[in-house]
Design a protein around this ligand. Structure first.
Ligand code: ATP
Length: 440
């Protein structure tokens, strides 16, 4: 993990937030390459859950919502984590993050390994929602929250979506957006932060079809990670135990990734039954029902919720892409991103930067390609170093312009993974690259 994080810093994937002021703990910024990677993750998710499906639509809701939303959803009363302080080292932990022992009352502090007796250090409940105040006067009436999940925006728009899209069951609504939680123990870089991005789907089904759709979404979402490069052996599905289930959930399974710090959740898929629509119906007084024209009656749909984290998915793709290879006694570090995820598809490199003619040809090529393909131009080092740099950030192809290019109008294209080189006509280069970049 340290190696990957140092690469992320060195090459501009992830920076600490407000670094020149000493940094803000557990808060991160995505650098130029991280921003590209994260955007690709979001676009691929949007493509697979909306663009490629007739039964899905997208949504983009405000972060701020009516405070009643959070009463109806159960977050004001119940979005709490039990918090325990270690008496020895003063570390603060979520009770379920302490190391278990055979005695359920005794846990071990992960920081200092001392015993924590839960009968003595009784866990306190801590609400994770971040409060803020709207308007110039800060009083009880102005308090609202930064949303702790994007899902509620979808539930409260259920009737708007029905009215405007005329969708028939089963159908789903998806959105990507920021969420905020005052986590007790953030950490492991972008894995657990207090500000993060979610990609969530609420899939509305006839009550009797919920189990079928629950299974189908688990499979669909599991395969999405595999399709874009995660190795199958590093991914698993973990169904929740009965005592782990949230009170509203009929069933829930996590998709977990084998991070260097252990198996951890990337995404949860829950069968929420009709809990959410029922709650909002009660609190808003609006009937949250769907008219089933076949059966000629109103029903309250059940909901399957695949809820993933953009930052966690991005981190997992980064970790899985990291490879070290021995090449002629040297270690080559390469991020083997899938074609779709690679932040940069091709780098255009002149072999000699002090030959204006070479530089001119290389820049012309880059300018032509950048209209259709995400490419960069780089002439700031010798070619060996430029290759290493591009390998380290997962660039798929390096296009080198050399002296010969001025005579035969061809360039050398080097493949990131095989390192094989091919001479390609400049006039056919764009087509060549576009063809290579096509998804299989
Ligand atoms: P955890 O048990 O790890 O706290 P959770 O089960 O509370 O997560 P959900 O409420 O199901 O998480 O949120 C859905 C998804 O949002 C998670 O699978 C994760 O990818 C992402 N997510 C949740 N909390 C965070 C966080 N603090 N930082 C980054 N991503 C998060």
């Amino acid at each position: 993990m340290d190696k990957i994080l140092s690469l992320c810093k060195r090459r501009g994937f992830i920076f600490q937030s407000s670094e020149i002021y000493g940094g803000l703990a557990n808060t991160w910024d995505y650098g130029p390459l991280g921003a590209e990677l994260k955007r690709n993750v979001k676009n691929l998710w949007w493509k697979s859950v909306i663009q490629e499906r007739m039964d899905m639509v997208g949504l983009d809701c405000a972060i701020l919502m009516h405070p009643q939303v959070w009463k109806a959803s159960g977050h004001v009363d119940g979005f709490t984590d039990p918090l325990v302080d270690c008496k020895e080292c003063k570390s603060r932990y979520r009770t379920d993050h302490l190391t278990a022992t055979p005695d359920p009352n005794i846990k071990i502090c992960p920081s200092c390994n001392s015993k924590i007796d839960l009968r003595v250090s009784v866990p306190r409940l801590f609400n994770l929602m971040m409060k803020t105040s709207l308007g110039p006067v800060e009083d009880a009436g102005s308090i609202t929250y930064l949303r702790p999940e994007t899902a509620q925006g979808i539930f409260v728009n259920f009737l708007n979506i029905l009215d405007t899209t005329r969708k028939k069951l089963p159908f789903g609504v998806a959105q990507i957006g920021k969420a905020f939680r005052n986590e007790i123990t953030p950490g492991n870089s972008t894995f657990r932060t207090r500000e993060f991005e979610q990609m969530e789907i609420e899939y509305f089904v006839k009550p009797e079809e919920d189990e079928r759709w629950y299974k189908s979404w688990i499979e669909e979402r599991f395969n999405w990670y595999i399709n874009y490069g995660i190795k199958k052996e590093n991914l698993r599905i973990r169904p929740h135990e009965k005592d782990e289930l949230a009170h509203y959930a009929k069933a829930c399974s996590d998709i977990e990734y084998n991070f260097p710090f252990g198996w951890s959740e990337l995404e949860g898929i829950a069968n929420r039954a009709d809990f959410d629509l029922k709650q909002h119906e009660q609190f808003s007084g609006k009937e949250m029902l769907y008219f089933d024209s076949q059966e000629n009656k109103k029903i309250r749909p059940h909901i399957i919720e695949p809820s993933g984290g953009v930052d966690r998915a991005t981190l997992a793709f980064l970790v899985d892409a990291y490879h070290e290879e021995k090449v002629k006694e040297e270690t080559r570090v390469v991020l083997k991103f899938s074609k779709e995820l690679a932040p940069i598809k091709a780098a255009i490199l002149p072999l000699l930067k002090n030959r204006p003619q070479l530089v001119g040809v290389a820049k012309d090529i880059a300018e032509d390609l950048m209209k259709d393909i995400r490419v960069v131009y780089d002439d700031t080092a010798a070619i060996g170093k430029l290759y290493r740099r591009q390998d380290e950030v997962g660039t798929l192809y390096c296009v080198t312009v050399d002296v010969q290019s001025l005579e035969d109008s061809k360039v050398t294209v080097r493949d990131r993974d095989t390192m094989l080189q091919e001479r390609v006509e400049i006039s056919g280069l764009k087509e060549y690259l576009l063809d290579k970049l096509k998804s299989e």
